[in-house]
Design a protein around this ligand. Structure first.
Ligand code: ADP
Length: 364
């Protein structure tokens, strides 16, 4: 069995780690010759996942093709699927998720609550919509880690706005940001992990740390869980899907965005659950039964390590019994990019929050 992964970042590395336990060979394609996952397979192809010919050529050597990022050529994936390859998630699903507007239309069609938005095709169009401010302007395509997101508070901010196809969302009074990861295998069996609370750095729109389980009360927990399963079924997902949601100050749950692949908000599942999100993704696309998603600890936290040009002394993390470091070994990583993460397990949420603060101090 030859599994091909489009994208060779850290999510790809962690997928390879899980694939090994199933005895599956993995081929990886990434346009960066130093892609982290490339060093863990002798089947690495340096080529562009957005290029039609590159994806077709790569896919022809594989039995199953999957993704670890959404920026891939879906026409090539459709061709491969139509010529007999298994492609999970489906090219149609990936195409919906690649475009924030299409994503929203899909969710609205299936009665899922989202943040209201309008289409904005250019900066000039945004200037004419000043009555809709303040709002959150998002590039329709190719945004990642907050890079395609900009708060537009007043007309003055329009000057620096993206001049490209966007959506302008209403500014939400966010009480909490959560993420739910759901899996669905080829036979349609679904499994869902506990909701994770994500705490963001407001300036960089970048995840600061996360805690599982999210403290949102039983009603919202059920709602988040049912919403995740409904979306997975409506999308006919095969694989895993992370669903980022907002809990508003009025306790309303709104879906923010979908990612049909292993996700940053699921890193904690490696140490925190019997079956990690990576294992779950492999199980889903191989049509194996879903693994156990229950948390093994009362609380589990995760901190991203961000490149800031300063060297880190990891010995202080390695010597902490409840901390597990994942260092991605990226070469020439740019400031602001994720270069690793630390999972921290806890007996209570209160203890965990103290430990997260300690580990964050070590990392700076
Ligand atoms: P990305 O896909 O780049 O991660 P997101 O859509 O998740 O972008 O937005 C990044 C962050 O910006 C969110 O986690 C949230 O903190 C903030 N944000 C996004 N949309 C809104 C909104 N409509 N109102 C207020 N804040 C928002």
């Amino acid at each position: 069995m030859q599994l091909g992964i489009l994208g060779g970042g850290q999510l790809g590395s962690m997928l390879i780690k899980s694939a090994i336990d199933f005895g599956i060979n993995v081929a990886v394609m990434d346009k960066n010759e130093n892609a982290p996952a490339g060093k863990y397979t002798n089947l690495f192809t340096c080529a562009d996942p957005l290029n039609y010919d590159d994806v077709v050529k790569f896919g022809k050597q594989c039995d199953i093709i999957t993704i670890e990022k959404e920026a891939v050529n879906t026409e090539a994936l459709s061709y491969l699927r139509d010529s007999g390859k298994q492609v999970f998630p489906s090219p149609e699903l990936i195409a919906i998720v690649q475009d924030k507007h299409m994503q929203k239309e899909f969710l609205l069609k299936h009665d899922i609550a989202v943040v209201p938005s309008i289409l904005i095709n250019s900066k000039a169009e945004l200037q004419q919509q000043s009555s809709k401010l303040p709002g959150c302007l998002k590039l329709r395509r190719n945004g990642y880690d907050g890079n395609g997101v900009m708060m537009i508070h007043t007309e003055k901010d329009v000057e620096n706005a993206f001049d490209a196809p966007c959506i302008l969302e209403e500014k939400v009074d966010i009480k909490q940001e959560i993420s739910v990861i759901v899996s669905r295998n080829v036979s349609g069996e679904v499994a869902c992990y506990d909701a994770v609370a994500m705490v963001f750095n407001n300036e960089k729109h970048l995840l600061d740390y996360q805690i599982c389980p999210a403290d949102i009360g039983e009603d919202l927990k059920d709602k988040a869980y049912n919403t995740a399963i409904k979306i997975a079924n409506e999308l006919e997902l095969v694989g895993i899907l992370a669903i980022e949601m907002f809990v508003t100050s009025d306790n309303i749950l709104l879906v923010n965005e979908l990612a049909p692949r292993p996700h940053n908000s699921g890193h904690h599942t490696i140490e925190g659950c019997a079956s990690s999100q990576y294992e779950q993704h492999i199980r889903a696309i191989m049509n194996y039964p879903p693994g156990d998603t229950r948390l093994l600890y009362n609380a589990v936290g995760m901190i991203n390590i961000i490149e800031n040009g300063k060297p880190n002394d990891f010995t202080k993390i390695w010597s902490r019994p409840n901390a597990h470091l994942h260092y991605y070994g990226k070469i020439n990583s740019k400031p602001g990019r994720k270069i690793g993460h630390v999972t921290i397990t806890g007996s209570t949420t209160e203890n965990l929050i103290v430990d997260i603060a300690t580990v964050k101090n070590i990392l700076n």
